[in-house]
Design a binder for this molecule. Structure first.
Ligand code: ZN
Length: 163
């Protein structure tokens, strides 16, 4: 069989960005349900049609990866937000990754870019936004998804639905 929508794909991969290793599947292949938007679009597109044992090596442009950099996701926040008992939190420094909560109560992860007298500039873009992604690896195993997996839109383990 080959990779198409509703194939459960076990894939070994290594991701490099600008020549640096960023992520890899390690000892166990990553397993995902193809065609349900679980992986970035450019990755699924490139794996389409491959069979078990195939090796691959390709580059995904930012637009088909984590998206282009959004300048509106770089924001100046009031420094008062970061004060603890009147002092700047020691967790806040240029380059620090912080999780804040937005007005809807959703967690948002951003990186501190700069700190001025009264503002903290934070970048809430995905850290891989605007980057070309280089993937290499091989297809470890393939099987057809069950009806239940297709309905749920995710892969089930040997004991069925786990979450
Ligand atoms: Zn399920």
């Amino acid at each position: 069989m080959k990779i198409e929508n509703n194939t459960v794909v076990g894939v070994n991969y290594a991701l490099e960005v600008e020549g640096q290793p960023v992520d890899a599947s390690g000892d166990t292949p990553l397993t995902y349900l193809h065609g349900h938007g679980m992986m970035i679009p450019g990755f699924e597109k490139q794996l389409e049609g491959l069979v078990e044992g195939d090796k691959y090596d390709f580059t995904v442009p930012a637009a088909e990866g984590y998206g282009e950099l959004n300048p509106e996701a770089i924001v100046d926040l009031d420094k008062a937000i970061f004060l603890v008992d009147g002092n700047m939190s020691t967790e806040v420094f240029a380059g620090a990754q912080l999780q804040l909560t937005n007005q809807d109560g959703q967690p948002m992860v951003g990186v501190v870019q700069a700190i001025s007298d009264d503002k903290v500039t934070m970048d809430f873009n995905h850290q891989l936004a605007g980057k070309e992604l280089h993937f290499a690896g091989d297809i470890a195993n393939l099987r057809a998804a069950t009806e239940e997996e297709i309905t749920h839109g995710h892969v089930h383990g040997p004991e069925g639905h786990q979450h």
